[in-house]
Design a binder for this molecule. Sequence first.
Ligand code: GLA
Length: 737
Amino acid sequence: MNCRSITLLFAAIVSMITVTDLAARNVKIDTDNSSIIINAENGKKLSHLYYGSKISETDAANITQALGKGNLAYPDYGMITLPETAIAMIQPDGNMTLDLVVDNVSSRKENGANITTFTLKDTYYPIIVTVNYRTWQGENVMETWTEIKNNGKKNVTLTRFASGHLPIRGGDVWLTHFYGNAKNEARMESSPLEHGLKVIKNRSGVRNSRYAHSEVLLSLDGKPAEDKGRVIGAALEYNGNYKVKIDTDQSNNHYFFSGINEEDSQYILTPGETFITPPLALAWSSNGTGEISRNFHKWARKHKLANGERERKILLNSWEGVYFKVNEKEMANMMKNIADMGGELFVMDDGWFGTKYPRNNGSAGLGDWVVDTKKLPNGINGLIKEAKKNGIDFGIWIEPEMTNTKSELYEKHPEYIIKPANREPVTGRGNTQLVLDLANPKVQDIVYTVVDTLLTKYPEIDYIKWDANMDILNHGSQYLTKDNQSHLYIEYEKGLRKVLDRIRSKYPDVTIQACSAGGGRVNYGFLPWFDEYWVSDNTDALQRIYLQWGISQFFPAIGMSSHISASPNHQTHRIIPIKYRTDVAMSGRLGMEIQPDNMTDKEKEQTKKAIDEYKSIRPIVQFGDLYRLLSPYDDKGVASLMYVNDSKDKAVFYWWKTRTFANDMLPRVLMAGLDPDKNYTIRELNRIDIKPLSFEGKTYSGKFLMENGLEIPQNHKVAKQNETDWSSRVLLLEVNN
Ligand code: GLA
């Protein structure tokens, strides 16, 4: 019998004496499709009894008789030392134990959500911990976090402080998580949970989704499927270092924890101070992983993502077109080109700033946000004027959290960078890049002022690409005291949030993209301040299908910047025709990242038509429900997904061939999410074939399409000289009344 069972056995003995009382203290917290039941009995341990689909009062009343007495809801370290725990601290007298018991339960409404708070107090020391659950009813997302208060007169040291914990009954539970690296982000990996400790963590300090994501899926009925099986989706909303851990011990459960990575980050909690953990968002589905994604997407658009209910513009970004070779003539040329193709916004990327240390490559200039007038004699105003002339908006790239050793900022203020005392700093990109110390309020002001100055000086700036191209490579703050060096990562993240709060309260309408050497900042923690995320510096259309598949598990298409780029592709050197590149980009927030001068007139014409057609499907893609139909990871030769609008009278279907073999037997893809009783007329978008598809203009019921799909030809019918080994389709389905 392990320690958990001992605790529970003890609880069971107590509960036998006070059964009615105990039942009355079972607190059930619901969304429309899920419930969590917590047992909170004054003076006793807080225990978790149930998390699953919404449960009736009758079933809830006898829950312990059916499923057992549960487990600790927020396990504390010390009095039972063997299991993994969510919280641990060292008291001023050196005592390393906590013994938290229930003191109070309360609930309140806040911004359209219900919050239930369980207040726990230590049986000896003046420590108060609240465990909170916030429910978003219709979006079916719950958030849990804790607040840890030191009510004593001396410092205590927090050594573990998870945001949330879930015991998950063992069986055939699979974990899906996302790992990768620059240009290969968000690779999905699913495997059964086996005995031992599984840890997914981040220690970058700056970009927390570059190597692994904090979002995970736990499929309780074996191998994950899109449309069947019980699934828990868990996403830690945090911009700093995190740790997700799942302990599978010899008991019946997996023990899931998620929160700030406490390694090298112990936190000194001063008298009266409260430490608030970042929220952990949870969603439940009894119908596979697809429903988890749809709930997260809805919740993101409605409550998390900045301007989540506003359509995104179609843009051209200058990066892959000119890299650092920004100049006025080229910018004007690109603006004209994107405007001619029907785009709505031009974004000037890196390379526009620096006077003493011009930004001609990645090794100089960060921190000196002054226009390089050699490249841009008429400054930003000249560019804005040009954008206006073309009837489009203007956006700009910045990387305000960073500097280079070759910069005026660093020359004047070497004390503003992150570095350990008595040592030279470790540099990043260009062997000169450094991270500014956002723990320092003066540095927070500097970063805020960079953005504020740009936006006040040039109020027409419509869009900011906010980049962050470095990890915190060495541990040390020149601002924090010697006793608080372990606060570095936590204070950096807090400082960043303070800056972002100030910017957003003054400039709520500017579109801001979270970029971090590609997809390093795709996390719910960033969403409240950012309108979109750059998911990778890899723009290869084929690899993007995989990348965006991973990102789509938790993040909505409206924020997923997806750009048409050059062929051969700059990252993979793959040659892909414009049709296929466009068909992939059209499944997210469409944009371009290319030198239009290198496109043929025919390619431009085709892109113009596609942009025009994208505008007609934009509301479906950006606000619709996602149904993933056939995964590229299944290696069936095809990947496919669709978006369906709320009223289910419009949908867009995407089909991309992912390999080419002669006489390959490709599966026919069944549609999903349609109204079985509605009739949909099919129209192909971005068509290149000489002859329309056989079902073009034909009408089928939702039921038929979901049970049979449509036979998609493997190749395009085009003139002999235009034939390639690539094939893709975008179909619009509309109910004609
Ligand atoms: C990062 C970004 C790129 C680009 C460059 C500019 O690598 O991910 O998209 O903006 O910086 O230096």
